[in-house]
Design a protein around this ligand. Structure first.
Ligand code: SF4
Ligand code: SF4
Length: 147
């Protein structure tokens, strides 16, 4: 994939550009896990009209220290459909906050690496680094064991 030409985060810059691109689902297709907060589970269960317990049984892998969506075969996320995220309005915090994750906002190299597959990075209005960091902090607060 070509490197986006509109990348604007340079050494010393405190601003980024990002605008999610209509019709794109690249971030949902990446290998990895969708970690869940307890609020995510409650919200998603309500959205798909299941009890939290029934939702958990069907969709959640839980250990003592983490909760995440189960990963089905042949697709990275069970909720990814041909026309996009089928739980968009109720999607997990991790999905809502991308790409303003701590490991991306605080590491220019990781931000630029992510730009190789996220076509929204480098596009759209300038975003103040403070705003991006505030969103990243919600991820940290929600997933203290991951950060
Ligand atoms: S990869 Fe980037 S542009 Fe595409 S849907 Fe995800 S956030 Fe939006
Ligand atoms: S929940 Fe929706 S936004 Fe999150 S990875 Fe799955 S399809 Fe993508």
């Amino acid at each position: 994939m070509a490197y986006p030409s509109a990348l604007t985060r340079r050494p010393g810059s405190d601003k980024l550009r990002f605008e999610c691109q209509s019709g794109c689902t690249k971030c949902c297709e990446q290998q990895g896990f969708v970690y869940l907060t307890e609020d995510d589970i409650t919200r998603l269960a309500r959205f798909v009209k299941l009890s939290p317990a029934a939702f958990e049984k069907q969709f959640v892998y839980r250990t003592k220290n983490l909760r995440r969506l189960r990963v089905p075969r042949h697709v990275q996320c069970i909720f990814l459909k041909p026309d996009g995220c089928s739980v968009h309005v109720a999607k997990p915090l991790q999905c809502r906050t991308f790409p303003y994750w701590p490991e991306l906002v605080d590491d220019k190299r990781e931000w630029l690496k992510t730009a190789k597959w996220c076509p929204g990075i480098g596009k759209g209005p300038l975003v103040q680094i403070e705003s991006a960091r505030a969103i990243a902090q919600t991820m940290r607060d929600a997933n203290p064991l991951n950060y």
